[in-house]
Structure formats: structure tokens, C-alpha cells
Write a protein that binds this ligand. Structure first.
Ligand code: KMH
Ligand code: ZN
Length: 274
């Protein structure tokens, strides 16, 4: 078991509506302030989705480059850009994300029902994206929404070899309507199926946030939290900001005797060399 807990913050996502949730960071300034606060609270990685001037999700390359530069200037966080985007984003735009020069990116290992939508990740797209991460030296985080995605991860590694950085690091995204349930038996089943030597974090969407966080800590996993995944801190109590979620995760991790990993330690852990 790793002696420290890698905490990823996913502050924005592509789905939440700024008009409904004013605390959602959508401008570059809001994102950078959030990142600074979340680093101070214990996160080492930031999973980034950006928005346009109307707060709608975008994969605009110029904005992504500016975002990577601003986060690097103001924080030491590992910058992980989303290649999942929004369910409506075309594959070409999702592939082009790597041209923004991030440290890391998400790579979802299969298609999944996503509430009333479908999040498309066919084999051909996934393999093209994976090979691009290897060529460009970007560390992929394998996003797993369902058991079948873990089978596909095994297939991907067998076909194309190890990821840049050498570590197979996964994120279990639990509680999406259409994917894994967000509960302890499902966490246990998922981690049993992972490739030998893989490390993992878990996040629970919506009301599964806390059960998944506690299950992940108990099982020796790492954590992802943030307003991409939950907008409710406790029953009837909206999240104030992302740092509040990171603070809670860091407190729980410290209680579990595995305090938050620093960004520097996380770089070594993920095989990122600065
Ligand atoms: N917004 C979801 C459709 C990722 O960032 O790679 C996809 C997602 C996963 O959030
Ligand atoms: Zn995301």
C-alpha cells in the first residue's frame, strides 16, 4: 500500500451549469484560483475541463494552451487535461487536446451509457489516443466506468505496451447511471480485475461520493474529488467550493494514516520527470 494518498481534484467537468451553480470555476481566473486553493488543501493533480465565454464546455486548443501555461505558472499541480470532453465533442477535437502539452490526460477505456446520453470511446479512438500519449510523452490516466472497461484496458496494454512514465494508473469512476455502482462490493470487484501492479484512484458521482471515498481509502487506493463529480457536500447542503471537497478528502486520508501526496512526490509516482 502506498504510504501517501494521491488526491486529484476535478473542479469543473463538462456537465454542471454555471447558472445553477455559481461556485463552479469556469473562467481561467476562477480555475487558477481554485487550483491554488486545492493545492494548498492537499491535491497533487488537477483534472481539467475548460469552458468558453458563455460557460459552455469547449476543447478550443488556444484556450487549453493558455490554461496549461497559467496552471504551471501559479501552481505545482500535475496538469491532466480531459480527453473525454463533453459527450457531444468530436473525436478529432478530443485527440487534439494532447497538442496543448499537458503532463497527463484522461483516457477512457470504453463506451458507456452516461445518464440519458452515451459517452463514446470505441476501440479505434482509444488506440489512436493511447499511441499519441506514447509518442508525445503524456501520462495517461485510464478512466474506468465499468468492468468491461477493465477488460479493454488489459487488451490495450497487451496490444500497445506500457504507458509513458511506466505506471499503469487508473481512475474508477463510480455511480454514473449506466456504469459501475458506487458501493464497496463494486470497488472490491473492480480492483480485483485491474492489471497486475496497477495503481488506482476512485471517485463516486453524486451521492456515491462519500461511500466511494471511504471504500477507496480502506482498500489502499487514491482519491479523486471535485465539483465535476459532486455538487452536494452533505444531504441538503451544496458544495461551497472545490477546496472544501479536497480538504475533506485530505482529512480522511490523514485519518487513514496515508496523508496527501505532494505534487513533487506525485510526479515521481507517475513517472513524470520535470
Ligand atoms: N464529461 C464526460 C462525458 C474525462 O474527462 O475524460 C467525460 C469525462 C471523462 O469527464
Ligand atoms: Zn472529466
Amino acid at each position: 500500500m502506498t504510504a501517501a494518498t494521491l488526491i486529484t481534484v476535478a473542479p469543473t467537468g463538462a456537465e454542471a451549469d454555471k447558472a445553477v451553480t455559481p461556485a463552479l470555476p469556469v473562467t481561467l481566473d476562477e480555475l487558477v484560483s481554485t487550483a491554488v486553493a486545492c493545492e494548498a488543501a492537499g491535491s497533487a493533480v488537477i483534472h481539467v475541463h475548460i469552458r468558453d465565454d458563455d460557460a459552455r464546455p469547449t476543447l478550443d486548443l488556444g484556450r487549453l494552451k493558455d490554461t496549461v501555461a497559467a496552471l504551471r505558472e501559479r501552481t505545482s499541480l500535475i496538469v491532466q487535461l480531459s480527453t473525454g470532453g463533453a459527450v457531444t465533442d468530436p473525436y478529432e477535437d478530443r485527440l487534439r487536446v494532447l497538442d496543448a502539452g499537458p503532463d497527463a490526460c484522461s483516457l477512457t477505456c470504453g463506451t458507456v451509457n452516461f445518464g440519458d446520453d452515451v459517452f463514446m470511446n470505441p476501440w479505434g479512438f482509444m488506440t489512436e489516443l493511447y499511441q499519441a500519449t506514447q509518442e508525445k510523452g503524456v501520462v495517461p490516466e485510464f478512466e474506468l466506468f465499468d468492468l468491461g472497461h477493465i477488460a479493454t484496458l488489459h487488451r490495450l496494454l497487451a496490444a500497445y505496451g506500457p504507458p509513458h512514465g511506466g505506471r499503469i494508473h487508473c481512475d474508477l469512476v463510480m455511480g454514473v447511471p449506466g456504469g459501475f455502482g458506487g458501493d464497496l462490493p463494486t470497488v472490491a470487484a473492480a480492483i480485483r480485475a485491474l492489471p497486475q501492479g496497477a495503481t488506482w484512484s476512485a471517485t463516486g458521482i453524486g451521492r456515491t461520493s462519500l461511500p466511494v471515498l471511504l471504500a477507496a481509502l480502506a482498500a489502499g487506493g487514491h482519491l479523486r474529488v471535485g465539483m465535476e463529480d459532486t455538487l452536494t457536500f452533505a444531504k441538503g447542503r451544496p458544495v461551497k467550493d472545490n477546496a472544501e471537497l479536497v480538504t475533506r478528502a485530505a482529512t480522511a486520508a490523514t485519518l487513514a494514516q496515508r496523508p496527501p501526496m505532494t505534487p513533487t512526490a506525485a510526479r515521481t509516482f507517475l513517472g513524470l520527470h520535470s
